[in-house]
Design a protein around this ligand. Structure first.
Ligand code: ZN
Ligand code: ZN
Length: 568
């Protein structure tokens, strides 16, 4: 949390220096911002050990700024900058198509400092005439803004919610005041975004347990405090309910508060049709409680297979459970490799050795390193020669760490569907992840053909983040997904489920649809630093919400099998 705040400040300083035309300073701040966000520990601990300078990109001047922030809660240089540019960069940056330069023009020409002023400017058509904009970009901004507003500023991405839950839960359990703490709600269903956090707990001492909960540093303030429920605002901007539950109702409460609403309505109706009653306290038959302590017994006594939380969206899961057809979903620990990540050789912030070391330490059996190819210049993409050199490094590090690393590339699929590297170069790769990042058209046919060309090239293993959507900032590309799925199935090309939280792409509903065509999937964290390797959990969650089994997921295979699968 502290790291995030500090990282955001350096990110804004980078934006402002960019506006001022100070490219070098901007890059330096940008780098430090990323590195602080990716730290595995609270930067204040590093400061206490007097080791700030060990963070990459931190020199004397920046170390001083960090120290000042830790000691005084402010940075003088930042305050000065904000006097000149009192802009809410954090929000405006989320609008697709708005970089620092454009934000600066909006500010100097129209005085826009936040989202609502931007919205006013768009609605009164003041944007089109600005230097560097035009009516097309006004139209684009309008769309981006709509997407931004749909997610709503009061929901957060799943990964962030899970981090918060893990932290709070661990603290509560370590206090010795709680016998049990479980998260319910949409985060247990692993929805892409989380509106609030629901925690259920068993305690022998509500009074002390509540006091302890309220003392946690993540909490901004209490909203209400009752005997069975405490509601607080969290510093990350959403609320959290902590409910105290009796042990013999815990399973029923967990079922009830996990939802979804639609799932629960169907389940209650089913209970009624069997002459039973289901509520948050238990399942009752003739006023006799027949299940309550354990969630799986609720489903069992209703004559259903157990339904994993990720499936509880009223998309046919109850019928499937009635007829014994709930698939055995891929388990979080069944993913043996991570097939999408970057090192600082393209746009990552860690070395190959660091990334591979961290992946190995996390228990994976292998990874594919997939740096960008040359046409993605903004990400320092590699040309054929640089890949040759890099792939030798892959062999060296693989041997050094005694860890399998597949030679990969996140390959630009160019505007006409041709590939960014020659086939000789691609044939030396173990894993080619085709991706469309640039010059994406508004024309559905054009985009679809572009991907189809790549799928039929015989050189691409999988298609990265196929829809291109960014949750809260960019709608999906215009694509005929059915034709793409069909082609992938017949050509043996995989579709990626990208675990980067704002991507979560393919989305789960499309993954389920693609599986129906016979498509198989590769899961990737798309990590650009060591911390984000944990996003393979997000990719797996999407796969589970898409009803996928181990057999649907390529990287549930062991190394030998995946090498075979990739060769054909
Ligand atoms: Zn990408
Ligand atoms: Zn990537």
């Amino acid at each position: 949390m502290f790291n995030d705040e500090l990282s955001e400040i350096f990110s804004e300083m980078a934006d402002i220096e960019e506006i001022e035309g100070k490219r070098w300073e901007s890059l330096a701040y940008r780098k430090v911002s990323g590195n602080i966000a990716a730290l595995g520990e609270d930067i204040r601990e590093i400061y206490r050990r007097n080791e700030l300078r060990k963070i990459e990109g931190v020199g004397d001047a920046i170390a001083k700024k960090i120290s000042q922030y830790i000691n005084e809660g402010r940075i003088t240089a930042y305050d000065e900058m904000k006097k000149k540019y009192p802009i809410n960069f954090r929000d405006l940056r989320k609008i697709q198509g708005l970089g620092p330069k454009k934000i600066a023009v909006l500010f100097t020409e129209l005085g826009v400092t936040n989202i609502s002023q931007l919205s006013d400017a768009i609605n009164s058509h003041k944007i089109a005439d600005l230097p560097g904009f035009g009516s097309k970009s006004e139209e684009k901004l309008k769309k981006s803004l709509e997407t931004f507003q749909q997610v709503g500023s009061n929901r957060i991405l799943l990964a962030k919610g899970l981090r918060e839950i893990d932290y709070i839960r661990e603290k509560l359990l370590a206090s010795g005041l709680f016998e049990k703490v479980e998260a319910a709600g949409s985060s247990r269903r692993m929805r892409e975004t989380v509106g609030d956090i629901d925690l259920l707990a068993i305690t022998g001492n509500v009074e002390s347990a509540t006091d302890y909960f309220l003392s946690l540093d993540r909490i901004e303030g209490a909203v209400s405090r009752g005997e069975s429920k405490v509601t607080v605002n969290l510093k990350i901007g959403i609320t959290c309910d902590l409910r105290f539950i009796e042990p013999d109702s815990f399973g029923a409460a967990l079922q009830y508060f996990t939802g979804s609403k639609d799932h629960n309505v169907k389940l209650r109706d089913l209970a009624i049709s069997k002459g039973m009653k289901l509520n948050e306290y238990g399942l009752f038959a003739a006023d006799q409680k027949i299940a309550g302590a354990f969630e799986n017994q609720i489903y069992e006594k209703l004559g259903l297979m157990y339904i994993p939380p990720e499936l509880r969206e009223d998309r046919g899961e109850i019928d499937a459970a009635l007829s014994g057809k709930i698939p055995r979903l891929i388990e979080y620990n069944e993913v043996k490799g991570d097939l999408h990540m970057h090192t600082f050789d393209s746009d990552g912030s860690a070395s190959l050795e660091e990334m591979a070391g961290a992946a190995k330490a996390s228990g994976l059996e292998y990874i594919a390193v997939t740096n960008h190819s040359k046409s993605l210049m903004i990400a320092n993409g590699l040309n054929e020669e640089r890949f040759n050199t890099f792939n030798k490094e892959v062999e060296r590090i693989s041997e050094k760490l005694d860890f399998s690393i597949l030679k990969g590339v996140e390959l630009e699929i160019l505007k006409d569907g041709s590939l960014d590297l020659p086939s000789t170069s691609l044939k030396r790769m173990d894993f080619v992840l085709g991706a469309m990042h640039q010059f994406v058209s508004q024309d559905r046919e054009e985009n679809t053909n572009r991907l189809l060309n790549a799928i039929r090239s015989g050189l691409v293993s999988s298609i990265a983040h196929p829809t291109g959507r960014l949750i809260g900032s960019r709608p999906p590309y215009q694509l005929d997904m059915d034709r793409i799925m069909e082609a992938c199935a017949s050509e043996g090309v995989f579709l990626e489920i990208n675990g980067s939280p704002e991507r979560s792409d393919l989305p789960s509903d499309l993954a389920r649809r693609a599986a129906g065509f016979g498509v198989k999937f590769t899961l990737g964290s798309d990590a650009h630093n060591m911390n984000d390797l944990s996003n393979i959990r997000i990719a797996t969650a999407v796969a589970r919400r898409g009803w996928l089994t181990k057999d649907d997921v390529v990287n549930a295979m062991n190394l030998q099998d995946i090498r075979k699968a990739l060769r054909t």
